[in-house]
Design a protein around this ligand. Structure first.
Ligand SMILES: *Cc1c(COP(=O)(O)O)cnc(C)c1O
Length: 425
C-alpha cells in the first residue's frame, strides 16, 4: 500500500494534505511517511524473525536523527561510512554495539572513535587498513573486531556509479586475494576476525547477482574453516532496489522473497557442512528502507516555453536532489493538485546555474506557475546528498504520522552557510 495517495483530488502523505505542509513549512521540503518507514523495516524484520540476524540500516541513504531513532527503537543496527555517522547514531540513541563501519578510507581518528564506542565490527577493505586498525587498537589496549569486505566479482547489472562488486571497482578485497588477506588479519595481534561482508551495488531489482555473491562467500567461509578460521557472521550488504515508476521498469524483488531465498541457501549449507549450526546473518539495506518513504515537495516558480524545449522552473534544484544530475536517474513528478488544462512536455529544472540542474526531463504536465509538484521516491540519497551550491540552504524535512506533521529538520538559513567563513584581516 502506498502511503502517498490522492484524496479528494489532493496528494496526501498518510492523511495529511501536501498543500497544508507547503503552507506551514514552505518549499522545497522533504516529506516522509512514518508508516511507510516502519512497514519497510518490518519487511526485513519479519523475514528475520526467530533468527540470529541483524538489520544494519545503511544510514548514508538518509541519516536524519528522527529516522535513526525510529529504526533504533525497532531494533535496527546501523551501517556507517564515517565517524560523523557514528556520532549521529549516538545522538539518536542507537546502540553502537550494533554498528558496522564500512568504507575504503577510514581515518585514524574515525577508527579510534569507533573503538572507543565498542562497535560490532569494521568491514575492512584493504591490507593497509588492517594494519592501521591493528595499530590503533594496540595503542588503545583493545582488540578490534573485523570482517573483510570481499569483492565477489559479480555483475550487479546496475548503473556503473552504483555497481561496487566488480574487479574494476575501488571497493572490497579481490576474491582471489581474500584468503591471504584473512591470513594477514588473523596474524595481527590486536584484531579479531569475526565476519565476512560483501556489497555488490545498489538499486538491484533482481536478487540473482546477490545470491551468486552469497554462493561465493559461502565457498570462502568453507575454505577458511578448513584452515581453522571461524567466521561468526555473514553480511550480505544492501542493494535491493525500489520502483521509481518509470515506464518499462522491472519490478524489484520483494524483500521478504529475497531474504527467504538467502536463508534457505544458508540453512541448507549449514545443515550439510556444519551439523546445522547457525551463522549470524547481517544485512545493510539503505534505499529499500527509506527510498519510497519520502517525496520532495516543490513549487513551480515560472513556466518558460521555448522553440526546442519547454522548461518548468521549480524552487527545488540539483543541490536539493542530486540523483538526476549525478546518475541521470529518472524520478516521478506528480502534480499535488491535478487540474484540467493544456498538457505540455516540460523539462523540470531548478534555479541553479548549471545545465545539469534538472530534476526530470520530457514530462507531460498540466501546470501553472504557483502549483505544487511532488518528486516521488526521494527518501533515499536525497537530503543526504544535498549541498549548499549557490548558497542555497538545505530543504526542510518533515515526518508525517497520520494527520500529524513533525518538523525533523529546519530549513537552513543562508546566513548560517557562511558563518564559519572569515575574511583575511
Ligand atoms: C550504500 C551502501 C549500502 C546500502 O545500499 P542500498 O543500495 O541503499 O541498500 C550498504 N552497504 C554499503 C557498504 C554501502 O556502501
Amino acid at each position: 500500500m502506498s502511503h502517498f495517495s490522492y484524496q479528494d483530488g489532493v496528494l496526501h502523505a498518510e492523511s495529511t494534505s501536501l498543500p497544508a505542509i507547503a503552507d506551514q513549512f514552505g518549499t522545497p521540503t522533504y516529506v516522509y511517511s512514518k508508516a511507510a518507514l516502519l512497514a519497510n523495516f518490518a519487511s526485513y524484520a519479519d523475514a528475520c524473525a526467530g533468527r540470529d540476524a541483524l538489520i544494519c540500516y545503511a544510514m548514508k541513504a538518509n541519516s536524519n536523527l528522527a529516522i535513526l531513532d525510529l529504526l533504533a527503537r525497532e531494533g535496527a543496527g546501523f551501517d556507517i561510512v564515517s565517524g560523523g555517522e557514528l556520532l549521529r547514531v549516538l545522538a539518536a540513541g542507537g546502540d553502537p554495539r550494533k554498528v558496522i563501519f564500512s568504507g575504503v578510507g577510514k581515518t585514524v581518528d574515525e577508527i579510534r572513535l569507533a573503538l572507543s564506542h565498542d562497535i560490532l565490527c569494521f568491514n575492512v577493505e584493504s591490507i593497509p587498513e588492517l594494519h592501521r586498525i591493528n595499530q590503533v587498537a594496540g595503542e588503545m589496549g583493545k582488540t578490534a573486531p573485523v570482517s573483510l569486505r570481499v569483492n565477489p566479482n559479480v555483475d550487479a547489472k546496475t548503473h556503473p556509479y552504483i555497481a561496487t562488486g566488480l574487479k574494476a571497482n575501488k571497493f572490497g578485497v579481490a576474491f582471489d586475494d581474500a584468503l591471504d588477506t584473512y591470513r594477514a588479519a588473523a596474524s595481527l595481534p590486536h584484531l579479531q576476525v569475526v565476519g565476512i561482508d560483501c556489497h555488490i551495488g545498489s538499486q538491484l531489482l533482481d536478487d540473482a547477482p546477490l545470491l551468486e555473491a552469497l554462493d561465493k562467500v559461502i565457498e570462502l567461509i568453507d575454505t577458511l574453516a578448513a584452515e581453522g578460521l571461524t567466521i561468526h557472521h555473514l553480511d550480505m550488504g544492501g542493494g535491493i532496489g525500489i520502483n521509481y515508476g518509470e515506464a518499462g521498469e522491472a519490478e524489484p524483488v520483494p524483500v521478504g522473497d529475497y531474504l527467504r531465498r538467502v536463508f534457505a541457501r544458508i540453512d541448507a549449507w549449514r545443515a550439510e557442512k556444519y551439523d546445522g549450526k547457525p551463522i549470524k546473518v547481517a544485512f545493510e539495506p539503505g534505499r529499500s528502507i527509506v527510498g519510497d518513504t519520502g517525496l520532495l515537495l516543490t513549487r513551480v516558480e515560472f513556466l518558460k516555453p521555448g522553440t526546442e524545449k519547454n522548461f518548468c522552473i521549480v524552487d527545488a534544484a540539483m543541490n536539493d536532489l542530486m540523483r538526476p544530475a549525478l546518475y541521470q536517474a529518472w524520478m516521478a513528478v506528480q502534480p499535488v493538485v491535478p487540474h484540467a488544462g493544456e498538457t505540455v512536455t516540460y523539462d523540470v529544472v531548478g534555479p541553479v546555474c548549471e545545465s545539469g540542474d534538472w530534476l526530470a526531463r520530457e514530462r507531460a504536465l498540466a501546470v501553472n506557475a504557483g502549483d505544487l509538484l511532488a518528486v516521488m521516491q526521494a527518501g533515499a540519497y536525497g537530503l543526504t546528498m544535498s549541498s549548499n551550491y549557490n548558497t542555497r540552504g538545505r530543504a526542510a524535512e518533515v515526518m508525517v504520522d497520520g494527520d500529524k506533521v513533525h518538523l525533523i529538520r529546519k530549513r537552513e538559513n543562508p546566513a548560517d552557510l557562511f558563518a564559519l567563513e572569515s575574511v583575511i584581516k
